[in-house]
Design a protein around this ligand. Structure first.
Ligand SMILES: C[S@@+](CC[C@H](N)C(=O)[O-])C[C@H]1O[C@@H](n2cnc3c(N)ncnc32)[C@H](O)[C@@H]1O
Length: 194
């Protein structure tokens, strides 16, 4: 599988630090203390950053090796995070309804296929409390076509999430990647579970 292979080395998204777009959300008070879930957490940098900011954090990723690395990193940094191997499309097997105040997503939604997107949205909706928030960073259609996941338009984000979420904003943002800081154009979504 692509993801298994990717984690045998250092994939392009694995920058070894949290995404600045999420750090800014904490600094700006948009991500407030509570129970947070990082979906597609990879090797855990964003989840660990949230935990270091005082939040109660769970991270989930499909790939066992990424989860083992994330667990080791959290121990090394003396921070408590619950890292779980599992499929975001089957979170109803793992988490209770309304278990989290916040879900963050750095680069997971944009790898979902058209068929997976509605399932994904229902699963994220289910794990959030009423009024809970979803923050998502995905490749934007302003990023030139080429290497990487498919680009996502604002209209697609709106279409996919509006049935179950109220969109607060979709902002131009950037991903740090191994090509450099802010090297990939992104959209940052803030949405509230309706
Ligand atoms: C682009 S990477 C981003 C990783 C991490 N958020 C980061 O910023 O380093 C996407 C991640 O989603 C994970 N993933 C893909 N499909 C998944 C699924 N169905 N359930 C859980 N994780 C998944 C991959 O294993 C990978 O770690």
């Amino acid at each position: 599988m692509y993801w298994d292979e990717a984690y045998k080395g250092t994939p392009p998204w694995d920058v070894g630090h949290p995404q600045p777009a999420f750090q800014a959300l904490i600094k700006g008070g948009e991500i407030k203390p509570g129970r947070d879930l990082d979906i597609g957490c990879g090797r855990g940098e964003n989840a660990i950053m949230l935990a270091m900011s005082g939040f109660e954090v769970t991270g989930i990723d499909l790939i066992e090796d990424a989860i083992s690395d994330a667990k080791a990193k959290a121990i090394e940094r003396h921070v408590k995070v619950s890292f779980v191997a599992g499929d975001v499309l089957q979170m109803d097997r793992l988490f209770m309804e309304g278990e989290f105040d916040i879900v963050i997503d750095a680069g997971l939604f944009h790898v979902m296929t058209d068929d997976e997107r509605p399932v994904f949205v229902r699963q994220v909706h289910r794990v959030l409390k009423a009024g809970g928030k979803y923050f998502m960073l995905c490749f934007s259609d302003k990023e030139p076509e080429g290497y990487g996941p498919r680009r996502v338009s604002k209209a697609e984000i709106e279409r996919t999430f509006t049935p179950l979420f109220n969109i607060i904003y979709i902002k131009d943002a950037a991903f740090d990647s191994r090509l450099g800081p802010g090297s990939r154009k992104a959209y940052l979504l803030s949405a509230i579970r309706s």
